[in-house]
Design a protein around this ligand. Structure first.
Ligand code: GDG
Length: 496
């Protein structure tokens, strides 16, 4: 154990975004597990969070070095914003992160665009962020890099800051080597990652894929089940399944206002059964096959016509990228075709929402839905599965065997998202379960989410890393006591 030092977090998305609105500058907190978990922790440790300053009022609210104390109501840690120009955003973020690493790691190599300028800009942006960390860090700081956007940083940081503890968490799948090796710059990416003391993935199979890839690319490396010895140093590699802020979801989902909204919405919809899907509109999320499964279900079970509706929230994401535009078109054509085929004056089979919905609405939908279909083609973890079983007391979860979440949540109704017929069958099974069967189904799932919440994830990661962080010395005790109380969040959490 070393330390205690501060925690320096590096992520692409920033925890506080300043935007110009008609009513003046407003500060928004993006929704999502990472910010929810790390923000209260950063408030306690008074560390530094380094991220891309993406808001159109970010520059004018920060000082000349891009620094701003956050949160506004009780400034306790430094957000250091790094500026990117439109070319960099296009090539590093939409290009390399979203059109090289993302499709390859999700086994969609055919969607990848291996342009050299994407790679060059990716390297440049990784260097820029490394410099920003170097300007902020003290030798005893613990530097925790988040996600694929900064895959090259651990090694670059190791060079700049040989004294510091450095770790990285990879939020998406790590694919089999046959797939990953199609990236022309795979060697540099792996060398970048091996600069870390600790690398975290969501599941044991991603760890295994990574380790076997290392062995193939670097035959001279010594690889064990949980570590790599290479170039004179050791990188530990382990699975840390990410969780959600269980207590916050549970208490917000249980509030009177959410319950009332759910009851009202069900009355207005006038159907007996409601099935839900909530995803970013991404080709990995399996939305199209899910809609086809619902169509097959209606075909096979005509007695359900008029009695069951499917609500699909497909929130816009990366919509400038051609493959996302294509997927949106296929989905919308399918919604139109299925609705055209079955619709009745008083009943809409598929209710399709293609916008970002407010968090309260998401909670209402979780509360309302009898069945949630979380059926990605492949997904690192998938937090929607965890959120749904936390908020709903008597729902049924249909879960893809290719979502990381299925490693822990094996008692859900597990489906193969390519098999439309069996997903249709899973829908009939789910909606014909009795209330007692549903309660028996969801309770153990909720228990798993409760035990392995986001604070457990954080604590387990820091413990394995072997660092002690200033202000967080009591984190272990708090995690042992059970889920943490909701953090101080003084702002709306309704953007992604
Ligand atoms: C990556 C990995 C991994 C979605 N639409 C709206 C909305 N959401 C919220 C959900 C949930 C989150 O966004 C999505 O979480 P996912 O886990 O599905 O994933 P990704 O964005 O793909 O994230 C994933 C995750 O990282 C964490 O490591 O689990 O596998 O791909 O919280 O509720 N929230 C609101 N409106 C929407 O329209 N408010």
């Amino acid at each position: 154990m070393t330390g205690p030092g501060r925690l320096i977090v590096v992520s692409n998305r920033e925890p506080y975004i300043h935007e110009k609105t008609k009513k003046g500058i407003r500060c928004k907190v993006p929704a999502g597990g990472l910010v929810t978990a790390l923000d209260p922790i950063m408030q306690k440790t008074k560390g530094i969070w380094i991220a891309w300053g993406s808001g159109n009022a970010d520059a004018e609210t920060a000082d000349e070095h891009g620094r701003i104390m956050v949160p506004e109501q009780c400034p306790s840690y430094t957000l250091r914003r790094v500026w990117l120009n439109p070319k960099e955003i296009n090539e590093y973020y939409f290009g390399f992160a979203n059109q090289v690493i993302w499709p390859v790691c999700h086994l969609f190599q055919e969607n990848a665009q291996f342009y050299r300028n994407y790679w060059e800009t990716f390297k440049k942006v990784n260097e820029r962020f490394t410099q920003a960390v170097a300007e902020e860090a003290r030798p005893d700081d613990n530097i925790w890099v988040q996600d694929v956007h900064f895959a090259l940083m651990p090694a670059a940081l190791r060079k700049e800051l040989p004294e510091n503890n450095i770790a990285l968490f990879w939020h998406i799948p790590f694919p089999p080597w046959e797939t990953f090796s199609c990236i022309p710059w795979r060697r540099e990416i792996l060398e970048g990652l091996l600069g870390a003391d600790l690398l975290g993935f969501h599941t044991a199979s991603y760890v295994a894929n990574f380790l076997s890839g290392i062995q193939k690319e670097f035959p001279e490396a010594q690889v064990s089940a949980s570590a790599v010895r290479f170039g004179g140093r050791t990188t530990r590699v382990r699975a840390f399944p990410i969780g959600i802020d269980y207590t916050a979801y549970r208490s917000q989902g249980d509030s009177e206002s959410i319950k009332k909204r759910a009851i009202k919405m069900r009355r207005q919809m006038g159907v007996k059964h409601i099935i839900l899907g909530i995803d970013r509109l991404d080709y990995t999320k399996g939305i199209l096959n899910r809609l086809l499964a619902f169509e097959r279900f209606l075909e096979n079970n005509p007695h359900y016509l008029g009695r069951v509706s499917f609500i699909q929230v497909a929130s816009p994401t990366r919509s400038a990228i051609a493959k996302y535009k294509d997927m949106k078109r296929y989905i919308e054509e399918t919604v139109g075709r299925v609705n055209g085929r079955f619709q009745q004056p008083q009943w809409t089979p598929i209710i399709y929402i293609n916008r970002h919905v407010a968090t309260n609405e998401v909670l209402t939908l979780y509360r309302l839905a009898d069945v949630a279909m979380v059926t990605p083609i492949i997904d690192g973890m998938n937090l929607v599965a965890k959120e749904y079983v936390t908020v709903n007391d008597s729902g049924v979860l249909i879960l893809s065997e290719f979502a990381g979440a299925s490693e822990e949540m094996g008692s859900a109704i597990i489906v193969n998202p390519y098999d439309v017929e069996s997903m249709a069958h899973a829908i009939s099974k789910a909606i014909s379960m009795t209330p007692e069967q549903r309660t028996r189904h969801i309770e153990p799932l909720r228990q798993i989410v409760k035990e392995h919440d986001i604070f457990w994830w954080l604590y387990t990661f820091l413990k394995e890393w072997g660092v002690t962080v200033q202000g967080l010395e009591d984190l272990g005790e708090e995690v042992e006591k059970g889920p943490m109380p909701p953090p101080f969040i003084g702002l709306r959490r309704d953007t992604l």
